[in-house]
Design a protein. Structure first.
Length: 261
């Protein structure tokens, strides 16, 4: 049974302590709780974590999240068991995201390890930076498996990769074969993933994202409209105006004027 915990990440975490934990030397079993703090562990050992009536196998590269005031039972397979940890508060009260209590970080483990080590290094010197590093770790845990319960966002890792590629290349030419190559899937599979997750075609999704960026630039900046069109990869002004009418319901000039009025 998959166990989920709920994170409110609308505000950065407050890091109480971070470091390298070494356990097992006092015995193969420990029981404890942190009454007011969340705990995040990134493991370098094998064992078992139990809480809330659920048992989770621990393996190197796994990451766990435990809410405050939760009694945890750790079983260690070796007398010296190390993990990176962070104990923290979550002051946010916005939308909550369901995240598996234990996940295999896979290829992300090295990235998370680097971020957590930066959290450890900054925790006594720059609390603000430690908070920022850990906040990044927490956000990344929400997309490790795509099994985030109430968490919004694409489910399939290839789809997340494709969407990130699109965001990075909105100002240039975007072809479906190139996006599929970046995501490591076939053209047909990519098309199916977009249809299942977004209800849109890949081309439709690209058009929508380009016009959302255009809307932002029209409202928030004084950039000339031709420059905005180029910035979202539609250098032909006639095509830009037509797409703006279709996606935003008005001409670029009208969108800008409505926001300023």
């Amino acid at each position: 049974m998959q166990q989920l915990v709920e994170l409110a990440l609308d505000q950065p975490p407050q890091v109480a302590n971070a470091g390298v934990g070494v356990h097992g030397s006092a015995g193969p079993h420990e029981v404890f709780r942190l009454p007011r703090l969340w705990q995040l562990h990134l493991y370098s050992y094998s064992g078992t974590l139990e809480f809330g009536g659920v048992s989770h196998p621990i393996r190197p590269g796994h990451v766990s999240l435990v809410p405050p005031d939760t009694e945890v039972h750790f079983h260690y397979d070796a007398p010296r068991s190390e993990h990176l940890y962070a104990h923290f508060r979550l002051p946010g009260d916005g939308e909550r995201r369901g995240v598996p209590a234990m996940q295999d970080a896979g290829t992300e483990a090295a990235v998370l390890s680097g971020l957590l080590r930066q959290t450890v290094a900054a925790s006594t010197q720059s609390p603000a930076r430690a908070s920022a590093e850990l906040w990044t770790v927490l956000w990344r845990t929400t997309t490790l498996t795509g099994a985030g319960g109430s968490s919004p966002g694409p489910r399939h890792p290839a789809l997340r990769t494709a969407m990130a590629h699109i965001e990075e290349h909105l100002a240039g030419p975007l072809s479906i074969p190139a996006i599929a190559r970046a995501a490591g899937v076939s053209h047909t599979h990519l098309t199916r993933l977009f249809r299942e997750d977004t209800g849109s075609t890949v081309v439709g999704y690209i058009r929508h994202r380009r016009m959302e960026r255009a809307r932002h630039l029209l409202i928030a900046s004084t950039l000339a409209i031709p420059a905005i069109a180029a910035a979202v990869g539609i250098s032909d002004l006639q095509a830009f105006n037509k797409t703006c009418h279709k996606e935003l319901g008005a001409s670029p000039r009208a969108v800008r004027q409505a926001a300023s009025g």
